[in-house]
Every structure is written in structure tokens, then in C-alpha cells.
Design a protein around this ligand. Structure first.
Ligand SMILES: C[S@@+](CC[C@H](N)C(=O)[O-])C[C@H]1O[C@@H](n2cnc3c(N)ncnc32)[C@H](O)[C@@H]1O
Length: 212
């Protein structure tokens, strides 16, 4: 397991400079608006919540929100945004592969543009943590970077291991980006019920909703 303290997270400096990095909710949220009541969701963890766009979005609908992220500046931005919306959420500074929550703490976990930021062994550990803190029959909604051998996106990046790239410039310089094959996705979700599986319009990500 990579040591959390040694992890490079370019998003921290980005949130410090501009706390409103992400404002509009992901388009899958309208589908989740319909699904969550059907699955009796009340407690939601936003894993890698960043500056809190989904904490605010679902908090406005009355869900009990918890956000975790490796970036202190991201959490501070989320806290300030929620205050202006008269909302509260528990926020935790935590690496996604060691979550400071008891088992069965959540009815749903959402995670957008986050889980790919690790080496594959650490991603496997993250899925164990997700499984631990999500209650039986709870929902996981996430997106994952898609492996695309034709893509030019990581042509200047360093290959850290098969399908994991480390950009050498930009906000995400030094951060691993694992690109998932469909086989890996189904291995990681072995034993889960897949409710929704899509490649997004941008073709760069899988969007997945699965039930534990
Ligand atoms: C592209 S941003 C997305 C933020 C948010 N999920 C959203 O959709 O607005 C990626 C986020 O992942 C967080 N992150 C990166 N590595 C992480 C780790 N190991 N554990 C927890 N969060 C991490 C970053 O701090 C950043 O907030």
C-alpha cells in the first residue's frame, strides 16, 4: 500500500487557489434522485468529495451527507460552500483506502473522478473499504477512467504499471491514473449486482451503479 502521507495530490493546491473547482453535479445525479428513495437511502458517503458539489446537491434533498477526501483545502472549500447553503455534513480527511468509518455506516456511496487515482493494488484495497462501510444491499455509484489503447491522453505520461499512468505536468502531475478494462471492473465488483453500466458521452469513463 502506498503511504498516504507521501501521496502527491495536485488537487490540494488547486482548491487552495480556486475553491470552486467543480460546481455542476454529474449528470448521473438525476438518475440517482429516482433510485435513492427506492433503495431506502438516507446516509450517503461522497468518497473524494473535493469542494463538495455532490454534498450540496444531495444535502439539499435532505440526505445525511458525509464527505471524505485527501485534500484539506478541498474539505475547507466544501465546508464553506455548505455553510452558505445552510447545510451540514461530517467531513473527514482520509485516504480512500483506509476509511475512518464503522462497517455498514452508509446506505449509498458516491464517488466521481476519484477511485482511479491509485495504483491497482491500492484500488483493490479501496473496494474492500467501500464494501466494509456500505450496508448490505446499499448502492455504489461511481465513475472510473476507461482503458482505451487509442487514446492520446497519457502519451506524455510515465507508465507506473500496466494501464496506470502518471502525468508529468498539469494539476494532476505525479498522480496515478489507472485506466480500467471491463474485465477489471467486473473483477472488482465480483458479487455485486450491477444496476447501471455505461460509457459516458465523452467515452473516457465508465459510469456504474452497483448494489452490494
Ligand atoms: C477530480 S477531483 C473530483 C472531486 C469530486 N469527486 C467531484 O466530483 O467534484 C478528484 C478528487 O480526488 C481526491 N483524491 C485523490 N486521491 C485521493 C485519495 N487517495 N483518497 C481520497 N481522495 C483522493 C482529490 O483530493 C480530489 O478532491
Amino acid at each position: 500500500m502506498q503511504n498516504s502521507k507521501k501521496k502527491i495530490n495536485g488537487w490540494d493546491a488547486a482548491y487552495k487557489e480556486n475553491p470552486q473547482q467543480f460546481v455542476e453535479p454529474d449528470r448521473i445525479c438525476t438518475l440517482l434522485d429516482n433510485l435513492f428513495p427506492k433503495y431506502h437511502v438516507e446516509r450517503i458517503l461522497d468518497l473524494g468529495c473535493g469542494n463538495g458539489r455532490h454534498l450540496v446537491y444531495f444535502g439539499k434533498s435532505g440526505y445525511q451527507m458525509v464527505g471524505s477526501d485527501l485534500s484539506g483545502w478541498g474539505l475547507q472549500a466544501a465546508q464553506k460552500w455548505m455553510q452558505t447553503e445552510n447545510q451540514t455534513a461530517r467531513l473527514a480527511l482520509a485516504d480512500m483506502q483506509a476509511l475512518p468509518f464503522a462497517k455498514d455506516s452508509f446506505d449509498a456511496i458516491i464517488s466521481f473522478r476519484v477511485i482511479q487515482h491509485n495504483l491497482y493494488a491500492d484500488i483493490q484495497q479501496t473496494f474492500q473499504e467501500i464494501r466494509r462501510v456500505l450496508r448490505s444491499e446499499g448502492l455504489l455509484a461511481m465513475d472510473l477512467l476507461r482503458y482505451d489503447p487509442e487514446s492520446e491522453r497519457f502519451k506524455d505520461a510515465v507508465l507506473a504499471e500496466p494501464h496506470t499512468y502518471i502525468p508529468q505536468s498539469g494539476t494532476e502531475e505525479g498522480m496515478p491514473h489507472h485506466t480500467f478494462t471491463t474485465t477489471e471492473v467486473f473483477q472488482l465488483l465480483h458479487g455485486w449486482k450491477i444496476k447501471f453500466f455505461d460509457t459516458q458521452a465523452d467515452q473516457k469513463h465508465f459510469t456504474i451503479i452497483a448494489q452490494k
